[in-house]
Write a protein that binds this ligand. Structure first.
Ligand code: NAD
Ligand code: UDP
Length: 322
C-alpha cells in the first residue's frame, strides 16, 4: 500500500513511519520540519520504501496514495503558542488541503485529533460524547479550536463528499524522539533531572494527566486506520492510568537517581485540571488496550534522553555514584 504521513518527521510521525516501513508499505513522509527533525528520520532514510518531502501542509500537495495519516501540526504548548496564527492555519487549512487530496484520489484519511478538544473537562473521565469546555479566545485556543474545526471539516467532508475518514483523539503521549525543546512535562522533567536542574512544576502539581507510551498509540492508530469503514470515530486513544504532576516529578527523580529539587512556578492560563480517557470505545471496536506501564515507558524514555544528551548512567559506588 502507498501511504502519506504528514508530520512524519515529528515525535509520533517518526514512530509511525518506522512501523509502516516494517509492514512493507511505501511511505511518503511530508513535513516542513518546524518542530520535527531530520534526526528523527535519519534511520529510515536507508529504506527503499521511504521518501521524505519537505512541504508545508498549508499549501496544496498532490500524490497518489491509498491512505493518509494527517499529523502535521505543532503539538506542545510552547511550540503551538510560538506563532498562534500559523498554528490555526496549519490545523484548519492543512486539514482542508489533505481532505481535498483524499477526496480527489479516494484515499482513506486519519486525523490526529487531541484530548484538548475537551478543554478543561467538567466530565471525568472523558468519553467521546462529551462536547468539552474550551475557551475560544485564550492562549490555548489556536490549538484547541483549530483541532476542533479540523474535526468538523473531517465530518463535513465525510457527510458531503463521502470521504473515507477516521478521527482519533490522542491523550498525552510520550517516548523517544520527543524534541529537546518540546516543553512537554515528561521531556522537561527528564531533561531537568538528568542535568541536575530544578524540576519545574507549574501550579501546585495536583493537576492530573494520563500518560500513554508511544508504541501503544502507534498500534492503536494502525488498527483504527484499518478498521471497518463505518467506524469513523472520534475515538479516544490514551492510557487511563491517571497521575498527578507531582507524582510524575517524584517518579522521574527516583528513576534517574537525580539530586534535583522540585520548584513551583505559576500555572499557565487555561491549563486543564484533570484529564483521563474513557477508552471503552477503542477497547470494543479496535480490540486494543495500552500495555506499557508508566515505569516501563519512562525507563525507555530516560535511556533515550541520556543518549541524546551524552549523559552516562551513574555507576553505583563510582565517582558519580549514588
Ligand atoms: P511534533 O511537534 O513532534 O510533530 C508534529 C510534526 O508536524 C513536526 O514534525 C512538524 O515539523 C510538523 N509540522 C508542523 N506544522 C507543519 C506544517 N505547516 N506543514 C508540514 N508539517 C508541519 O508533535 P507530535 O507529538 O508528534 O504530534 C503529532 C500529532 O499528534 C499532532 O497533530 C498533534 O496535535 C497530535 N497529538 C499529539 C499528542 C501528544 O501527546 N504527543 C496528543 C494529542 C494530539
Ligand atoms: N507542566 C509542568 N512543568 C513543566 C511542563 C508542564 O508542571 O515543565 C505541567 C503543565 O502545566 C500541565 C501538565 O504538566 O499541567 C502537562 O503539560 P504538557 O505541556 O505536557 O501537556 P498538556 O498541558 O498539553 O496536557
Amino acid at each position: 500500500m502507498r501511504i502519506l504521513v504528514t508530520g512524519g518527521a515529528g515525535f509520533i510521525g517518526s514512530h509511525l513511519c518506522k512501523r509502516l516501513i516494517e509492514n512493507g508499505d511505501e511511505i511518503i513522509c511530508l513535513d516542513n520540519l518546524f518542530t520535527g527533525s531530520k534526526e528523527n528520520i535519519y534511520p529510515l532514510m536507508d529504506y527503499k520504501n521511504f521518501e521524505f518531502v519537505r512541504h508545508d501542509v498549508t499549501k496544496e500537495y498532490m500524490a497518489e496514495v491509498d491512505q493518509i495519516y494527517h499529523l502535521a501540526c505543532p503539538a506542545s504548548v510552547p511550540h503551538y503558542q510560538y506563532n498562534p496564527v500559523k498554528t490555526m492555519k496549519t490545523a484548519v487549512v492543512g486539514a482542508v488541503n489533505m481532505l481535498g487530496l483524499a477526496k480527489r484520489i479516494k484515499a482513506r484519511i486519519l486525523q490526529a485529533s487531541t484530548s484538548e478538544v475537551y478543554g478543561n473537562p467538567l466530565v471525568h473521565p472523558q468519553t467521546e460524547e462529551y462536547w468539552g469546555n474550551v475557551n475560544p479566545v485564550g492562549p490555548r485556543s489556536c490549538y484547541d479550536e483549530g483541532k476542533r474545526a479540523a474535526e468538523t471539516l473531517f465530518f463535513d467532508y465525510h457527510r458531503q463528499n463521502a470521504v473515507d475518514i477516521k478521527v482519533i483523539r490522542i491523550f498525552n503521549t510520550y517516548g523517544p524522539n520527543m524534541a529537546l525543546n518540546d516543553g512537554r512535562v515528561i521531556s522537561n522533567f527528564i531533561i531537568q533531572a538528568l542535568q541536575n536542574q530544578d524540576i519545574t512544576i507549574y501550579g501546585d502539581g495536583l493537576q492530573t494527566r494520563s500518560f500513554q507510551y508511544v508504541d501503544d498509540l502507534i498500534e492503536a492508530m494502525v488498527r483504527m486506520m484499518n478498521s471497518r469503514k463505518e467506524f469513523v470515530g472520534p475515538v479516544n486513544l490514551g492510557n487511563p492510568r491517571e497521575f498527578t504532576i507531582r507524582e510524575l516529578a517524584e517518579k522521574v527523580i527516583q528513576m534517574t537517581g537525580s539530586p534535583s529539587k522540585i520548584v513551583y512556578r505559576d500555572l499557565p492560563q487555561d491549563d486543564p485540571i484533570q484529564r483521563k480517557p474513557d477508552i471503552s470505545l477503542a477497547q470494543r471496536e479496535l480490540k486494543w488496550s495500552p500495555k506499557v506501564a508508566l515505569d516501563e515507558g519512562l525507563a525507555k524514555t530516560i535511556a533515550y534522553f541520556r543518549n541524546v544528551l551524552h549523559i552516562n548512567e551513574p555507576v553505583p559506588g563510582g565517582e558519580d555514584g549514588y
